[in-house]
Write a protein that binds this ligand. Structure first.
Ligand code: MOS
Length: 753
């Protein structure tokens, strides 16, 4: 087992001889994306003309299917088959895990007569065209015995209980410290259900080659999708060849698979031809997971000079009746501020709603919307600048575990951000700045999100043209995985970027965990570095042992790699000439990276500070984000352009959380009211003013051999709170029920006037 100490050693990525690391190089797959030639799962060319599958959703949230009439659907033009639970081909029962190392269990479709959530696929039609399949799906007649759903989160709050296996974390005595604190705050915030709304809905196309299922789908993690499908179909894991080459957004919603995958595979086997199945935009809202709503109570106690003596964040949230997920909105608070007395925990209520699950920065994205506004309110009570309040409560070590921080530059993020944003010009009293009809205000928030590393493998090869190919079962969900892997490979082998190929998103490739929890680049990249170093050694040995090479005789460990040339001192030749002569079939090696055994001895996070300026129209209650700046500390940055895109994308999502986004629940039906992007409001260009993300120069030598951290989730953490705090500074209204829509703001403005 390696030690974190090994991470501090020099390597080609850190040395960055050709200067590729950190550069904002263009997307590896960019030309394919902008010319519409990067095939998403549903668009993959099939070996023969495909049939089309369409799922029919349940119109109730809870109950059972009591009657099935598929005659009209079966008689409809072009229809090959109509399946319900009564005649779907055999699958393994839910949860089956025959292979002990399967990373996901069976997930059968149309498994029984139970309806567990509104929109659950309950029938499936296979037809010659998408239109015929859709038309026939509308003709499936099912009778339901409905039970009254419990889907009202507010009414069910009292039934909430500790999530299984969890305990509150209490340090010191919060009640006592809160009761005796000279300045206190006790307020409750709420956040709504949110849907991922990936631009690409979930989709699969499958065909069979003998006993082998070939499937292209849209998922964040290759192995669990492959294993889960194999378990469901009761076939060998190797009998599933799963590919996910281009993915139009995941955000946590594609961390698992859905019925499109299972039904495409079953349909293709049944028809003996390729089958395509996709969720419609409307079906995505119910048929896949969502971020659950939360109610968060924050209590803060402080001395008059702004030292926190008590800090508590308790979250109540919900998940599906048979589900297990908890939105851990309180967890981030455990590492953010020093306070000797602290209490954090969660309560969970089970509802008859679709499955709750992870969504970009699960926990932080919702949780920071409360505590970071509470800090703003406390700063006002204390007459302190919000940044100064935070600096006074900056911990020297992790405030709960006492572990040292691997690297924490939160204060620097706040200070540099303040300077760039012009924070010192801010008037701390609300409602004092006008610009025409707009009341103008500014606000800030911190950002924190954990940093993670998982084991991964990769393979590297070089061919006779000196072209390096990286192969890894990694995914690119739009984040830039292709590009950063190409940069790491080019820098490690000292070749130009144009001489690197990247193959990812395939279950045949050396396994990597995929994209999630902002661990992707660090996890995949660390394995790529190891594999790349192994290839360097193999090439150096080859040259040292080849009598025709100027490098003959070595020493192999002194071979340098730069600009496609390998050299020892002034003896050199091109990489291509060596391979063409000494290994014309090319060389291929594997590498694996596993997290250091002592990695958990450090408290490790990514940090940032958000600054926002809004205008509030006091007549209409409309809020406009005029400018927004984020300053982030997330280790070494591999690609400035893709990292910045991740961060600004997260910030924009934070604007959505603050102002527009949320799904309404209809408790009568256990359904979500908003089922398309016309009514589920995410920001458009016009909603975003000036926007920038700055990354501090840093390298976390406790994180991984590259010194990098994740940025995919950091940008959204806290962003919405900065907007909310700016709204208060603009107009003096605190809305603690997100999103802060004009009606809520107007109510506050009228009340206050
Ligand atoms: Mo994620 S929300 O950990 O893909």
């Amino acid at each position: 087992m390696s030690s974190v100490a090994d991470y501090a050693r020099p390597n080609p990525v850190k040395e960055n001889r050709s200067g590729l690391i950190g550069k904002g190089v263009d997307r590896y797959e960019g030309p394919l994306k902008v010319t519409g030639t990067a095939p998403y799962a549903y668009e993959v060319a099939t070996p023969s003309p495909p049939a089309y599958g369409v799922m029919a959703p349940a119109p109730i949230a809870r109950g059972r299917i009591a009657g099935v009439d598929t005659k009209a659907a079966e008689a409809s033009p072009g229809v090959y088959a109509v399946w319900t639970y009564r005649n779907v081909p055999e699958q393994a029962p839910r949860g089956t895990r025959v292979h002990p190392r399967s990373t996901a269990p069976a997930r059968p479709a149309l498994e029984d007569d139970r309806v567990r959530f509104f929109g659950q696929p309950v029938a499936f039609v296979l037809a010659d065209t998408l239109e015929n399949a859709q038309a026939a799906a509308n003709l499936v007649r099912l009778e339901f015995e409905a039970e009254a759903p419990e889907a009202d989160f507010r009414r069910a709050l009292d039934e909430s209980a500790q999530p299984p296996g969890e305990e509150d974390v209490e340090i010191g005595d919060v009640e006592k410290a809160f009761a005796s604190a000279p300045v206190t705050l006790d307020e409750t915030w709420s956040t709504p259900v949110q849907n991922h709304c990936q631009m690409e809905p979930c989709a699969s196309v499958a065909w069979w080659e003998g006993d082998r299922c070939v499937v292209h789908t849209s998922v964040q993690m290759v192995k669990p999708a492959q294993h889960g499908l194999a378990e469901t179909l009761k076939i060998d894991r190797d009998a599933v060849h799963l590919m996910t080459r281009y993915i139009g957004g995941g955000f946590g919603g594609k961390g698992q698979t859905y019925d499109d995958l299972t039904l495409a595979a079953l349909g293709a086997r049944f028809l003996e031809r390729p089958v395509k199945v996709a969720y419609s935009r409307q079906q995505m809202m119910h048929g896949t997971i969502h971020r659950p709503a939360t109610v968060q109570r924050v209590r803060l106690g402080a001395t008059k000079d702004g030292r926190l003596t008590a800090m508590s964040l308790m979250t109540v949230t919900h998940c599906q009746r048979e589900g297990h997920f908890t939105e851990h909105s309180s967890n981030f608070a455990r590492s953010l501020y020093a306070a000797p007395n602290r209490l954090t925990g969660h309560r969970l209520v089970h509802l008859d709603l679709p499955g709750a699950g992870p969504m970009r920065a699960p926990g932080e994205a919702s949780g920071m919307l409360s505590l970071e506004c509470a800090m703003d309110e406390l700063a006002e009570k204390l007459g302190l600048d919000p940044i100064e309040l935070r600096i006074r409560n900056e911990p020297a070590a992790d405030p709960e575990t006492g572990k040292p921080f691997s690297l924490r530059q939160l204060v620097r993020c706040m200070k540099e951000g303040a300077q760039l944003f012009g924070w010192e010009r801010r008037i701390p009293f609300p409602g004092r700045v006008r610009d025409g009809r707009w009341l103008v205000g500014t606000g800030m928030s911190t950002a924190i999100r954990g940093n993670f590393l998982l084991p991964a493998k990769a393979s590297f090869s070089v061919d006779r043209d000196g072209v390096i190919t990286v192969r890894q079962g990694m995914t690119d969900i739009g984040t830039g995985s292709y590009t950063v892997l190409a940069q790491i490979a080019a820098e490690t082998l000292g070749v130009p970027l144009k001489d690197v190929r990247v193959e990812i998103g395939d279950s045949e490739l050396p396994p990597a965990p995929g994209s999630g929890g902002q661990f992707g680049a660090a996890t995949a990249g660390s394995a790529a570095l190891v594999a790349g170093m192994n290839l360097r050694s193999a090439i150096a040995e080859l040259a040292a042992n080849d009598p025709a090479s100027p490098l003959h005789g070595g020493p192999a460990e002194r071979v340098t790699f730069l600009d496609g040339v390998i050299a020892i001192g002034n003896r050199s030749e091109s990489l291509a000439s060596l391979i063409a002569r000494a290994a014309p079939e090319g060389l291929a090696v594997e590498g694996e990276h596993r997290p250091a055994a002592d990695a958990r001895n450090w408290s490790q996070h990514t940090y940032g500070a958000h600054f926002c300026e809004v205008g509030v129209d006091p007549v209409t209650g409309e809020t406009r984000v005029r400018r927004m700046l984020g300053v982030f500390a997330a280790g070494r940055i591999i690609n400035h352009k893709t990292a910045r895109s991740q961060l600004t994308g997260g910030m924009i999502w934070g604007v959505a959380s603050a102002l527009t986004e949320g799904n309404a629940v209809d408790p009568r039906y256990g359904s979500f009211v908003n089922q398309d992007l016309g009514s589920y409001l995410v920001p458009v260009q016009a909603d975003i003013g000036e926007l920038d993300a700055i990354m501090l120069e840093e390298e976390d030598d406790k994180a991984n051999p590259l010194g990098i951290k994740g940025v995919g989730e950091l940008g959204i953490a806290g962003a919405g709170a900065a907007v909310a705090n700016a709204i208060y500074n603009a107009c003096g209204v605190r809305v603690r029920d997100y999103p802060i829509t004009p009606d809520k703001l107007l109510a506050g403005l009228i009340e206050g006037s």
